[in-house]
Design a binder for this molecule. Structure first.
Ligand code: SF4
Length: 728
């Protein structure tokens, strides 16, 4: 016997959810009220009653402060308000599909639409949502469209369990008539997917089967509709509420093709039980014996699992988050896209793409999407009987896949990893359908021990060549990548660029990284040029004597340095800083131009000296004996005293950072003749004197601290040596 079943069996998701919520409430509160029965199925209702559920039709029978579960059909506004007045705790198990209808009618009425309701006005679901609005009209399937004169725009909503074909035909007629009268009609496809699916299957199955069993309760309207549909096509259609009803099925053993239909309120277990019993009835004695042998070898759990697996039709096998599916837009509104799954085994499932999950860029625009549009989307989650999808995630995945293809062709890329492999040997991440792996040895120049510190950081990557990845890249959709390859390449090209700049006397900018000390003695500053460490020796930092590099340079600051010498083989570059600075006497020369008249105070007249030191406030000057007066002077003390204020002319600078001054040249000039004869006379004296000065200068060992103070150590040493030689 061949058995044909619907693609969806068992409770619909809305009923399943309401039963679950009621069971949860019973576990917590022990006694829970419900207005009306939870589903039109006596078996289920009886078992819930035993657990403590109290089903009442009269709201007055619900005591104050009770716990009340609202069934899947939803409840009227008046009843909800009344329960609130009674301080009842309300657990809302309204089916999400019904909730959409409730929300839509309220919204459309607020937008000025007259709401047309196609369905049974006394059905609890219709009673519930119609109570939320005032501007409404209950309609039937008649051809009378006179009501179109009552408004300019209409919103058609249909009971979720209504006959889908009848709804479609009526909606088409309504649209045609509205067009003629130039009226606006918006139609909500509110028929529940499970109703459509089961009714369509009923037609298909009844056409193929010689006997059809409609399993469910006769008080269930959707099961009764299935019976009506099937019975019109196949006269051997039976209503089966319990297993014992199978007795009435005629010629069971000779059934060739058996059709099984069930309503949204029929438990799956009952359907499976009926299938099992009918299969057994139809088996030959040999088959029964064979099954018995096989079953004896299997554990009870295995048998159960097998039965469950078999019982799961394709439609019920769960979609895993991240899987891609095609969905068909049913309607688009400002909340997002309501869709059906395109694939046949899950057709008409209730899918939703939230407005924030539609576009990758730009704002979502409902007008862009039309009923019938096919969209590829990624499954996110199953929640409250809805399948949540993301078009945005699919689009992003496509872009990432294209990027991965380019990476496979050798394009460098950036990537931020959010986790590591379980053994912490690699960073791992997803790019579209590809996995990206970076081994710890490929993150930087050295093997990284703790790769977790790279989690959350962006790396620059390149695919590893097959020889380095041990052909790992050939693994399906796995890309082994390396940051080290890029870093090494960059380092090599930086090195080249650096050495190309290095030549003696080249001036380069460098950043002071640290100061060098050996045995607590400073020896210089390490300077980074393009990331390369160079050394500026302390002797090359200043023209004056310094104790430590900090006196001239500051760590972190950028200065200009001159390359003094370099050794590429040993990776050494010596820099000079002072060579780019003015010498002290040059600075003095700029500050005191020749010919300038300055004022100062005699600071020191060295004993037996041939000069006087002048205090110029910020600097010091020096006046040689020959520049003190226009006459021969035996001793400076005859003309000057320490502390005396003088006026002098700048005539140059001294090597020892002194301004060379002349007092006599600053004095007012005398008569030319007198001056000439005197100067001629004294010139010879002066020359002699100068000679004496010079001799004294180079031979004097008695200059002691006074002259030595003016000289740097090196120069003083040289002068002393010269003096010694002259003596010889
Ligand atoms: S609307 Fe559909 S899913 Fe919801 S309760 Fe009704 S039949 Fe079930």
């Amino acid at each position: 016997m061949k058995i044909l079943t619907q693609k969806i069996i068992g409770f619909c998701k809305g009923v399943e959810r309401s039963i679950e919520l009621l069971n949860n409430a019973l576990d917590t509160y022990k006694q829970v009220y419900m207005l009306g029965e939870i589903i039109n199925n006596r078996l289920v209702v009886d078992s819930l009653k035993k657990k403590g559920a109290i089903f009442v039709n009269d709201i007055e029978k619900i005591p104050n402060n009770s716990v009340v579960v609202i069934r899947a059909h939803g409840e009227s506004k008046e009843n909800i308000d009344y329960l609130n007045q009674k301080s009842c705790k309300i657990i809302d198990a309204t089916c999400p599909k019904v909730q959409i209808v409730r929300d839509e009618v309220v919204k459309k009425e607020a937008e000025g639409y007259k709401v047309l309701i196609l369905g049974n006005p006394m059905h609890p679901e219709v009673l519930g949502f119609s109570s939320l609005i005032k501007n409404k009209l209950f309609i039937d399937e008649s051809d009378n469209f006179d009501f179109l004169s009552e408004s300019d725009k209409f919103f058609l909503v249909t009971q979720t369990s209504y006959n889908y074909n009848k709804h479609t035909i009526y909606a088409q007629n309504l649209s045609k008539n509205a067009d003629i009268q130039n009226k606006l009609v918006v139609i909500l496809d509110s028929i529940c997917y499970t109703t459509k699916e089961r009714q369509n299957s009923a037609v298909e199955i009844a056409n193929q089967a010689d006997t059809v069993l409609v399993i469910g309760d006769k008080i269930s309207s959707n099961t009764t509709k299935l019976f009506e549909i099937s019975n019109k096509i196949c006269k051997n259609t039976y209503f089966v509420t319990t297993i014992s009803d199978l007795k009435s099925v005629k010629n069971k053993e000779s059934i060739k093709t058996l059709g099984i239909l069930s309503g949204a309120s029929t438990p799956k277990e009952l359907v499976l039980e009926v299938i099992k019993v009918m299969s057994e009835l139809n088996k030959t004695e040999e088959q029964k014996l064979e099954d018995q042998n096989v079953n004896e070898q299997k554990s009870k759990e295995e048998q159960f699992a097998e039965l469950m697996e078999k019982s799961l039709t394709e439609s019920e096998k769960p979609i895993k988050p991240g899987e891609m599916r095609e969905v068909e837009v049913v309607f688009a509104d400002e909340t997002g896209l309501r869709c059906n799954l395109v694939e046949t085994h899950r057709k008409a499932d209730m899918c939703f793409i939230d407005k924030d999950e539609v576009e990758m860029e730009g704002d979502y625009d409902a007008d862009k999407y039309k009923p019938g549009d096919i969209i590829k989307a990624v499954f996110l989650r199953h929640e409250n009987q809805q399948f949540y999808f993301s078009k945005k995630a699919y689009d992003k995945r496509q872009i990432e896949n294209e990027k991965a293809e380019k990476i496979l062709q050798g394009e460098d890329f950036k990537f931020t990893f959010h986790r590591t492999t379980p053994n912490n040997s690699c960073l791992i991440g997803k790019m579209g359908d590809y996995s990206i792996l970076v081994p710890a040895s490929q993150i930087t120049f050295r093997h990284v021990k703790d790769i977790t510190k790279y989690v959350g950081k962006e790396l620059r990557l390149r695919i590893l060549p097959p020889e380095d990845s041990e052909n790992k890249n050939t693994r399906k959709r796995t890309i082994f990548a390396s940051q080290k390859l890029i870093l090494e390449e960059e380092k090599a090209s930086k090195e080249e660029a650096f050495w190309a700049k290095i030549d003696v006397n080249n001036v380069l900018e460098g950043k002071v990284k640290r100061f060098g000390y050996k045995d607590d003695k400073p020896f210089g500053a390490f300077v980074s040029i393009d990331g390369h460490d160079c050394l500026a020796h302390i002797g090359d930092l200043s023209w004056t004597k310094i104790e430590k590099p900090e006196e001239v340079l500051e760590i972190g600051k950028v200065y200009e340095f001159v390359v003094l010498n370099f050794d590429r083989e040993n990776n050494r570059v010596s820099l000079g800083y002072k060579q780019l600075q003015k010498r002290p006497h040059e600075i003095l020369a700029e500050k005191y131009p020749i010919g300038t008249i300055v004022k100062g105070t005699v600071k020191e007249i060295p004993e037996k000296g041939f000069f006087a030191v002048i205090d110029l406030s910020e600097d010091e000057g020096i006046v040689y004996i020959s520049e003190i007066a226009d006459k021969f002077i035996e001793s400076i003390s005859d003309e000057l005293t320490v502390g005396q204020e003088i006026e002098a002319k700048v005539i140059g600078t001294e090597r020892f950072n002194k301004v060379k001054l002349s007092i006599k040249q600053a004095a007012p000039s005398k008569e030319p003749a007198e001056k000439f004869s005197k100067s001629t006379k004294e010139n010879s004296k002066h020359k002699k004197n100068q000679q004496t000065e010079s001799n004294e200068y180079i031979s004097s060992e008695s200059m002691g601290a006074t002259l030595a103070d003016l000289l740097d150590e090196e120069t003083a040493k040289k002068l002393k040596e010269t003096a010694k030689n002259n003596k010889k």
